[in-house]
Design a binder for this molecule. Structure first.
Ligand code: OAD
Length: 311
């Protein structure tokens, strides 16, 4: 027991940043303090692929749904509304259906963390399956809000044939359950408001106890329970937000980011700006020679050439 206590103490002492910057986070990694990074991601990491995020003013999805005449924007992902009026969701699903989008530099950066044996898990809110397309092992991905990869009946839960679901959605039709006489609505297994998150999400929550660095990218941290996960890593674990805007800032000493270190813990850092640039900067600081050309080549081939690294 004494041994485990001193191990915890050593970890606590190690987790002090020089500054609330991405440079300080890179130094922290280079010093060898990090082996188990959790990356939490949101829609901001896919905007460079051409997929809108949800809440950005003017460009976000929720500002561009007028054509569906919804009572409120989030209704498009509300299970009760869907069961009454599924057409808007299917029309949107046709527009967003995976297949025409490619992973971004940020997706490949996350894969690079895995290749460097530093990634414990990528918890993503995204349903676009671009993490899978980057070549990241499926075991490393937790799709917290489900994805378009599978679909099932809203009534009898039977899994649906994905070829048929895709054909129906692309043809502008509503897929129906083919199990027995059911014929109820089939919905991609995306978690709607009013539905519980996938079992795998809850199963993997224990990862947060094991994390030694948290990187949060491209999310407004406005949707629960995902948003609160930033507080699930131990108190001594550094956290980096890479985002256009500050998100998830503190509302008490133990809840939310504290970029000004108001509560004395020197552990939160913020990179303000585009997430691809943030990831490129971090790779550069770590000595990973990832040029724009090689990022793009990876994007084209979905494969990695080895990049020299310090870890
Ligand atoms: P949001 O649209 O709420 O937030 C995206 C965040 O990414 C915002 O803070 C943007 O400023 C930022 N952002 C956008 N493009 C960026 C870029 N290129 N570089 C850096 N930052 C960028 O999306 P999420 O937080 O993912 O749920 O939304 C969470 C959930 O709300 C979604 O999973 C979805 C939605 O309702 C369901 O559908 C169940």
């Amino acid at each position: 027991m004494a041994g485990s206590r001193s191990k915890t103490k050593a970890k606590k002492e190690a987790a002090v940043l020089e500054d609330a910057t991405i440079e300080a986070i890179a130094d922290y990694i280079i010093k060898g303090n990090v082996k188990n990074i959790i990356v939490m991601t949101g829609a901001g990491i896919s905007t460079a692929a051409g997929i809108p995020d949800f809440r950005s003013k003017d460009t976000g999805l929720y500002d561009n749904l007028q054509r569906f005449e919804l009572p409120y924007a989030e209704a498009i992902f509300d299970i009760d509304y869907f069961e009454e009026r599924p057409e808007p969701f299917y029309a949107l699903a046709k527009e967003l259906y995976p297949g025409k989008y490619l992973p971004t530099k940020t997706h490949y950066f996350i894969r690079l963390l895995h290749d460097k044996k530093l990634l414990l898990r990528n918890f993503t809110q995204n349903i676009d399956t671009l993490e899978r397309l980057s070549g990241l092992d499926s075991d490393k991905i937790v799709e917290a809000h489900g994805s378009f990869a599978t679909a099932s009946c809203v009534e009898c839960d039977q899994p649906a044939d994905m070829d048929n679901v895709k054909k129906a959605i692309i043809a502008g039709e509503i897929p129906r359950c083919e199990a027995g006489h059911c014929k109820s609505l089939v919905k991609p297994d995306i978690t709607f408001f009013g539905q519980s998150l996938p079992k795998r999400f809850f199963k993997k929550l224990a990862d947060f106890d094991e994390a030694d660095l948290l990187i949060v990218i491209g999310t407004s941290l406005q949707v629960q329970p995902f948003a609160s996960l930033i507080d699930n890593v131990p108190d001594y674990v550094p956290r980096l937000l890479i985002n256009k805007d500050k998100a998830g800032e503190h509302h008490s000493p133990h809840h939310g980011f504290d970029f000004k270190w108001k509560y004395g813990r020197k552990r939160d850092a913020f990179f303000s700006g585009d997430c691809d640039q943030g990831c490129e900067r971090l790779a550069e600081l770590l000595g990973w020679k990832v040029t724009t050309v090689s990022w793009m080549r990876r994007r084209m081939t979905h494969s990695f050439c080895s990049a020299p690294g310090r870890t």
